[in-house]
Design a protein around this ligand. Structure first.
Ligand code: X2X
Length: 344
């Protein structure tokens, strides 16, 4: 009897201790975690953040409560500063494009090498394979905890002037490009006149006609009704695709219990899968309904023949070679090998 009472007492003490440990651990938790994103819902990118936040709240019984900050508002709209701010703790977590973090993590330029990835199978061969693992190790070394991949998408060329079928058609055209010098190099090689600006500045620049064109995934065209700001021509050249990466600040990550870390990680993986399906909707079906929808807006949609596409590949090849060295020939070779071996 006495023995049983002691056992019971021990069990109760152990439970109390475990409870106290959890309580102590959780007293470090913030009331709210700030998640940075460039695009908010209803874009697939924004949905990635929304789904992740919802799953985390549910699976941690509300212990981890996340608020979305779209428009990279935590860094005043300057998306190229997002990764540094994340590292410093101004941002707790983010779903970010590889393009926007490439100024700090040069290996992320891999996905922006012109015409490296010919199709979605090639994107998957990289993100789901050895290259994805190496990229995550690099992000980790750069000071953030990477958890899962999502997708912004294949970036198609739009403009207000004319149908573009060849590099000659692009000559002198003012094209807004994102914040990595690789994009300026690519458009310079094509004879265009690239101007680098944030997404926040790009929208008024398109409306006022300060720039003639831009490049972004097609869902953005329909969500923002880009034809209403004069973007009447689309060329689906599929020259680059930017993955999204779900990340958490290192100190924030370390402050969570292992069980909550696991919940946050699994939620990112699940949200990533759901979001990739959203990002590809209308583009993976044989008749590409999203392109039909865009054409239905009175927009000229130009698809390139293999020979026409080749002219763009050739013109940008020196840029590819130059940046291959910057990114690391080893990583690029691995990517080329995995793409060649992909299942179509
Ligand atoms: O700025 C862009 O073009 C966007 C929204 O696609 C990115 O943040 C990379």
């Amino acid at each position: 009897m006495k023995f049983r009472r002691t056992l019971l007492g021990l069990a109760m003490a152990a439970t109390a201790l475990a409870f106290t440990n959890t309580a102590i651990a959780q007293s470090n938790y913030k009331a709210e975690y700030k998640m940075s994103l460039v695009l908010g819902p209803p874009t697939p990118w924004g949905m990635a953040g929304q789904i992740w936040a919802d799953l985390v709240r549910e699976r941690t019984q509300g212990r981890i409560n996340i608020k979305l900050y779209p428009g990279v508002s935590l860094v005043q709209g300057d998306q190229t500063r997002e990764f540094s701010a994340l590292r410093q703790g101004v941002i707790d977590m983010a779903v970010g494009s590889t393009i926007n973090w490439s100024p700090q993590v040069k290996e992320l330029n891999l996905f922006s090498l012109p015409f490296l990835m010919p199709d979605y199978a090639a994107v998957d061969a990289l993100t789901q394979g050895e290259v994805g693992k190496r990229i995550f190790a690099t992000i980790d070394r750069a000071g953030a905890v990477p958890l899962a991949f999502g997708e912004n998408g294949f970036r198609e060329l739009t403009n207000s002037k004319k149908a573009i079928k060849s590099p000659e058609d692009l000559k002198g055209m003012k094209i807004r490009v994102v914040g990595s010098p690789l994009f300026s190099d690519t458009f310079n090689a094509l004879g265009a006149n690239p101007t680098q600006m944030s997404w926040a500045d790009a929208q008024p620049a398109l409306s006022s006609g300060a720039v003639d064109g831009q490049e972004n995934p097609m869902f953005l065209f329909t969500v923002l009704k880009m034809h209403t700001v004069g973007q009447k021509y689309v060329t689906t050249w599929g020259y680059v695709a930017d993955p999204l990466v779900f990340v958490v600040n290192k100190d924030v990550w370390a402050s969570w219990t292992p069980a909550d870390q696991a919940a946050v990680r699994q939620s990112a993986i699940d949200a990533g899968k759901q979001e990739i399906a959203l990002a590809r909707k209308g583009l993976v079906e044989a008749d590409k309904p999203l392109l039909k929808e865009v054409a239905g807006m009175g927009v000229t949609v130009t698809t390139l023949s293999p020979a026409e596409r080749d002219a763009f590949v050739k013109a940008t090849r020196p840029v590819y070679e130059k940046w291959k060295a910057t990114i690391g020939a080893d990583l690029v070779n691995q990517a080329e090998k995995d793409i060649a071996a992909r299942k179509k």
